[in-house]
Design a protein around this ligand. Structure first.
Ligand SMILES: [Ca+2]
Ligand SMILES: [Ca+2]
Ligand SMILES: [Ca+2]
Length: 316
């Protein structure tokens, strides 16, 4: 219930915000890793077990109106939560030391779909991915799909380079077999930030199953927050400095395709995102960058130490 408490507590601060982030009135919590306890990016989620349930978003996490926040926004929009079809546990986290946003994904799917189908009936990229978005300075506003004439006085190159500059969105597809990068920045195809130290990683997942079978995918990701993402590379880009107590905009949109054919359009689940989330950062979800939970610092360290020793003993 701490999620709802936080939403109420911070609502007064948000009154002046120009944009209504989704779900309206909800502010979720981003766990802060104590310096030096950031997770090993390998798909083994043991580091995340220390994090309280308040931080977990799953299929039944309620929005302020009491109904599940995670709904199908594109594709089979009449579809309701069915944990035998698709279930998700997700945690957002951050580190002041590394200045990175972290995510934990624990996903069950009755049909793992890693390939683009032969028909075009599916929505949302036509295979199992997650669309994520990051608006680190919480500015909201348009971040893609500009009109060269109306927005940039006819400068087509400026309009193109503005895609993903002040906020970013992309599809993450661990194990995908369609030839796209694991982190596909679909709005501009600029992928210089797909590897450490900017993002991680192509192999930071464990999948029990394969294309066409049921299975579980556990994965870990980190991302760099940008105030200015420049298509030419990091030298021209401006990193955002993550600050405790700040609110960031984040999009969580897992896609579940089940080797769709014909009428099955698949499902793009979002946290109540409206249709403009592809280019409007104001439709992202609010996450509060929490302070370190001092009551768990020792437990975090002990758990890490014990896991380290267990792994070491297994390796001997
Ligand atoms: Ca790990
Ligand atoms: Ca499914
Ligand atoms: Ca699927």
């Amino acid at each position: 219930m701490r999620k709802i408490f936080v939403a109420v507590a911070v609502a007064g601060l948000m009154a002046g915000a120009a944009q209504a982030h989704q779900p309206e009135g909800a502010i979720w919590l981003a766990w802060q890793w104590p310096a030096g306890t950031e997770p090993t990016m390998d798909g083994d989620l043991s580091e995340w077990q220390i994090i309280p349930e308040d931080f977990v978003i799953d299929n039944n996490t309620p929005a302020p109106d009491g109904d599940p926040a995670l709904i199908v926004s594109e594709g089979n929009t009449d579809q309701v939560t069915d944990l035998a079809d698709f279930s998700l546990r997700f945690i957002l986290a951050w580190s002041d030391r590394t200045n990175r946003i972290y995510g934990m994904v624990d996903r069950y799917d009755d049909v793992i779909d890693l390939e683009i189908g032969t028909d075009d009936s599916g929505c949302c990229g036509q295979l199992d991915t997650m669309e994520l978005g990051l608006d680190a300075d919480h500015s909201g506003g348009q971040y893609a799909g500009f009109d060269a004439e109306a927005d940039f006085g006819g400068d087509a190159e400026a309009a193109t380079r503005a895609n993903g500059r002040q906020a970013q969105t992309f599809h993450v597809g661990w194990g995908r077999q369609d030839g796209k990068p694991w982190k596909w920045n679909w709005q501009h195809e600029i992928n210089w930030d797909n590897d450490p130290p900017w993002s991680c990683c192509e192999d930071s997942f464990i999948m029990s199953g394969s294309h066409g079978t049921e299975g579980t995918t556990t994965a870990e990701i980190y991302l760099t927050p940008w105030d200015e993402f420049d298509h030419d590379g990091p030298a021209n880009s401006v990193e955002h400095n993550l600050t405790e107590g700040a609110i960031i905009g984040f999009e969580l949109a897992p896609v579940d395709m089940d080797i769709a054919t014909g009428e099955d359009k698949g499902a793009k689940w979002t946290l109540r995102a409206p249709g403009d989330i592809w280019n409007q950062a104001g439709s992202f979800t609010d996450f509060l960058l929490m302070p370190v939970d001092e009551s768990l610092v020792d437990a975090t360290a002990v758990k890490r130490d014990s896991w380290g020793r267990i792994k070491a003993s297994v390796a001997q």
